[in-house]
Design a protein around this ligand. Structure first.
Ligand code: NDP
Length: 317
């Protein structure tokens, strides 16, 4: 890794509710945090519409607006918010070194708070990837792309709370929504299942998997297969995938302890500690259980408080 351009007291990687909350706490504690936003400033909440379960918003709040507010709040206390994508880290030894944008900028830090979040999973079909790359009708974000299929027929794969939420959203815009569920039941909460079942233009296909997304330049259909091996085609114009997320932790492999799915291992339950001194976790990169904006924000607060105590104990703050 190239020479560092800069040394900071507190470096925050990521700009979801976890990162910005960590920044607010770190900045107010005079740790002069530098926050790099990553490729998707604001994180996953910028892909959603209304957030109805974040305390303090009795009428709900638009996800993008909420993240803009969090950024403004972090800047109000002089957080140095920057564009940039962490491409490599070196946590071996006492100095924590992070490279951004392939080495364009290298920062060393007394403390690092990782808030890199998680990304959508894909089925992995070649046809899915083709239409995803060419913008021909495959998406992992109903809220971002549902509008393009107004009045048309679409399908969504998945059976968790996300899939139910996105199917309900699509049902408001589209003529018909097929929900492709691989087992004979959904994983989603009872409340979300009831919501889906109460919507007339959603048809749930249980015991069904996706065989192929069909079409030349744009999606014209999907071939599905049921557990008896029978295949049939549905005529659709949009294909949505909502099958969960993968933590954005590739660059930390071999640097800090990750579980088999790539989530950062919480070294001391109830704290922001990782197995590396001075490096803390916050948000979905280490949370496979709750994955909510409010729990991400809470863990961002905890990480900043833990970082402050760490710096004080080392005589660095
Ligand atoms: P989940 O991991 O909960 O669900 C993923 C779903 O995708 C499962 O039903 C799974 O099927 C299915 N799936 C996975 N891989 C495939 C595949 N290859 N082919 C077909 N189906 C597949 O992810 P979510 O994103 O839905 O939710 C993540 C967390 O966020 C959860 O804790 C959820 O409760 C929470 N959440 C809460 C919301 C709210 O409260 N408003 C809204 C959205 C999310 P199977 O069941 O067979 O494994």
């Amino acid at each position: 890794m190239s020479e560092a351009n800069e040394h900071v007291k507190c470096l925050i990687i990521g700009s979801g509710p976890a990162g910005y909350t960590a920044a607010i706490y770190a900045a107010r504690a005079d740790m002069k945090p530098v926050l790099y936003q990553g490729l998707q400033p604001g994180g996953q909440l910028t892909e959603t519409t209304d957030v109805d379960n974040f305390p303090g918003y009795p009428d709900g709040v638009n996800g993008t607006a909420m993240m803009a507010d969090l950024e403004t709040q972090a800047r109000r206390f002089d957080t140095d918010v920057r564009n940039g994508w962490a491409t490599a880290v070196d946590f071996i030894g006492s100095v924590h070194r992070v490279e951004f944008d392939g080495g364009a900028h290298v920062v060393t830090a007394d403390s690092v708070i990782i808030s890199t979040g998680a990304s959508a999973k894909w089925l992995g079909l070649e046809s899915e990837q083709k239409f995803k790359e060419n913008g021909g009708g495959v998406s992992a974000c109903a809220v971002c792309d549902g509008f393009f299929y107004k009045g048309q027929d679409v399908a969504i794969v998945g059976a968790g709370d996300s899939a139910c939420e996105e199917a309900s959203y699509l049902a408001k815009l589209c003529n018909k929504v097929y929900m492709i569920v691989r087992r004979d039941q959904m994983r989603a909460s009872r409340a979300m299942q009831n919501r889906v079942n109460g919507i007339d233009n959603i048809e749930v296909l249980y015991n069904t998997s996706t065989d192929e997304v069909l079409g030349d330049d744009t999606v014209t259909g999907v071939r599905v297969v049921n557990t008896s091996g029978e295949k049939h085609e549905l005529e659709i114009q949009g294909f949505f995938v909502a099958i969960g997320h993968t933590p954005n932790t590739d660059i930390f492999k071999g640097q800090i302890d990750l579980d088999p799915e790539g989530y950062i291992i919480q070294a001391a339950p109830g704290t922001g500690a990782t197995n590396i001194e001075g490096v803390f976790w916050s948000g979905d990169c280490a949370d496979r259980t709750y994955r909510q904006a409010v729990t991400a924000a809470g863990s961002g607060c905890a990480a900043a408080l833990d970082a402050e105590r760490y710096l004080a104990a080392k005589g660095l703050h």
